[in-house]
Design a protein around this ligand. Structure first.
Ligand code: AOF
Ligand code: ZN
Length: 365
């Protein structure tokens, strides 16, 4: 029964995807006499927490009920008063929690408040699922750095474009739909200048059924050489756009980019390129909790080498194009010896129509 209600709470939490960053996705269900009498989820950043929404939606007196929450209730005065005290005041008898709150402000204090007020607390129900759902939040709240997802789409022979540079379309429609859902979910989308020059992308979110949220566009452009008529420099007043460059850029270019409404950040030089770890700190300070990195190969290699990537999502299409000059998802100089390969873990494969979707996490140790 606990699993059934926690599943429902997780389903509710998912409704907040794209709207709560950099705060967590949280769902809550109140159950009395084997019946759900209240449901809530965290709807939008700065809005009331899931638990409070569940209380507000309750159709019966909640005294003596069991409350299911996907995240430990908070214990701090933030934008809202601590939920743990509200739960005590409402006379909830039992609280079932999927995962402890990694937020150092809470981290176990919420559970302590409940227990010291005589509430029975069960933790760890569907913990793995809850942690996966909040993988962005867990990284961001503990490091203040964005959770970075490297996304690639390639042919079975590992190419992201033909030798002429043609890349439309490698992956199928279903895969591309997933990419737009990811764009809706994350706060930032990042590409290198090479991708802007080759594909002239918009980097916006296009969903079928609802209006998607556009992530902040981040272009890594060491010399600020981006053409001023690029699609990513259109509509910068409505879609936040950041050009990350270095002192190698000419002042007149920087000025012209700023006039387009984009923000320019000058990072230190690292091996004659934009300093990616510096950029991640800067973006984290700007409350960007997650980034979808969409390449190309040179930037992907730098990002992997600089250890800023947390997760890889790779779409593989049943196509072969060959060509020694056709690019692959990770370029750069490359690793010299297998013993120094960048290692992944928890690799999972699923099928999206005739495409494969491979997901894996970077080994950080
Ligand atoms: C949420 N929604 O449903 C729960 C949260 O910024 P504040 O003051 O709203 O507090 C955010 C912190 O509250 C967050 O980092 C997490 O530790 C805790 N729980 N936050 O935004 C919720 N339950
Ligand atoms: Zn709370």
């Amino acid at each position: 029964m606990d699993i059934k209600y926690m599943k429902r709470a997780l389903t509710l939490a998912k409704k907040g995807i794209g709207y709560t960053n950099p705060n967590p996705l949280v769902g809550s269900v109140i159950v009395k006499n084997n019946k759900i009498i209240g449901e809530g989820y965290h709807k939008v950043y700065g809005g009331s927490h899931a638990e409070i929404n569940a209380f507000n939606n309750a159709t019966e007196d909640v005294t003596g009920a069991t409350m299911y929450i996907t995240l430990e209730p908070c214990s701090h005065y933030g934008k809202t008063p601590p939920c743990a005290y509200t739960i005590v005041k409402k006379k909830i008898k039992r609280v079932v929690i999927a995962m402890k709150d990694p937020n150092p402000l809470v981290a176990g204090k919420g559970i302590k408040i409940l227990k010291s007020n005589g509430i029975e607390v069960v933790t760890g129900v569907l913990e793995k699922e809850a942690k996966k759902l909040n993988e962005i939040f867990i990284k961001y709240i503990t490091t203040k750095l964005p959770f970075c997802i490297l996304k690639t789409a390639m042919t079975l022979d590992g190419k992201i474009a033909t030798h002429t540079g043609d890349s439309k379309w490698i992956s199928n429609e279903g895969s591309r739909r997933i990419v737009h859902k990811l764009r809706h979910q994350v706060s930032g989308i990042m590409v290198g200048i090479g991708t802007v020059l080759a594909d002239n992308p918009m980097l916006t979110t296009r969903l079928d059924n609802k209006k998607g949220i556009n992530p902040t566009r981040i272009i890594v452009d060491t010399r600020a050489s981006i053409p001023l008529n690029s699609n990513v420099l259109k509509d910068c007043k409505n879609i936040k756009t950041i050009i990350a460059t270095t002192k190698l850029a000419e002042t007149k270019n920087i000025k012209a980019i700023k006039e387009k409404g984009a923000e320019v950040i000058i990072t230190p030089l690292k091996e004659n390129l934009v300093d990616l770890p510096f950029l991640m700190h800067y973006l984290g300070d700007k409350k960007i909790d997650s980034i979808l990195l969409e390449g190309g190969g040179a930037l992907n290699y730098s990002a992997l080498k600089e250890n800023i990537v947390d997760k890889i999502i790779s779409f593989i299409a049943p196509k072969i194009i060959g060509g020694i000059d056709a690019k692959s998802p990770v370029g750069g100089k490359g690793i010299a010896f297998m013993k120094n390969a960048i290692l992944l873990k928890e690799m999972q494969v699923s099928t999206i129509g005739d495409n494969l979707m491979v997901e894996a996490y970077l080994r950080k140790e």
